[in-house]
Design a protein around this ligand. Structure first.
Ligand SMILES: CC(C)(COP(=O)(O)OP(=O)(O)OC[C@H]1O[C@@H](n2cnc3c(N)ncnc32)[C@H](O)[C@@H]1OP(=O)(O)O)[C@@H](O)C(=O)NCCC(=O)NCCS
Length: 163
């Protein structure tokens, strides 16, 4: 298993997995499948070039995560984690742990030491996963998303890295 930044060579594989992810786990993403399918090759290349998309690979791409850093001087110690996805057949295999370590290493390498994320309140598996990695519940965002007419809340979690 390898964890590394997704590159332009991975673009089509990443796009296909992204579409699969938002289709199979609608509550785990902000974008609708049709919005992800409509992403153009140029947009994909720009997203990848931003250097915030981490992939986990095992005979191909099996998961991906976004890890961004806030740009302002006063907030650049903060990193934002998300989206975060591992394909179902690799759940419970350690792939998600490897992906998390890759993301946290990237955040640390950029000087960030506070990592934040939002997770759907109705996603107990992801919540357990994040808590196992040390993330602490810090609050609730009411009506974070509306999916097929149903309103969902998000939980806000933070992890302080050694610094
Ligand atoms: C979230 C995700 C990355 C976690 O990866 P994973 O390989 O499934 O995670 P793990 O198996 O290592 O850990 C999951 C934990 O949740 C627990 N769990 C599973 N189902 C659960 C449930 N219904 N309620 C509570 N805990 C649950 C597991 O027992 C495990 O806990 P443990 O380590 O204490 O035994 C993966 O499930 C995924 O990609 N899900 C779909 C997309 C998603 O939800 N992304 C998060 C968006 S914020």
């Amino acid at each position: 298993m390898e964890t590394r930044l997704i590159t332009a060579e991975d673009a089509q594989e990443y796009h296909a997995l992204w579409i699969r992810a938002v289709t199979e786990f609608p509550l785990a993403f902000l974008m609708e499948p049709a919005e992800v399918a409509a992403v153009t090759d140029d947009q994909l290349v720009n997203m990848i070039a931003a250097g915030r998309l981490m992939g986990v690979f095992h005979n191909g791409l099996i998961g991906f995560a976004g890890i961004g850093q806030r740009p302002l001087v006063r907030t650049r110690h903060r990193a934002t984690l998300g989206p975060f996805f591992v394909m179902s057949e690799c759940h419970g295999t350690g792939a998600a742990d490897a992906l998390m370590q890759g993301c946290l290493s990237l955040a640390r390498s950029k000087g960030a030491w506070m990592v934040e994320l939002y997770v759907a309140a109705d996603n107990p598996r992801a919540i357990r996963f994040y808590e196992r990695h040390g993330f602490q519940y810090e609050g609730r965002m009411p009506a974070a998303t509306v999916v097929d007419g149903v309103v969902y809340d998000d939980f806000y979690y933070c992890l302080e890295l050694p610094h």
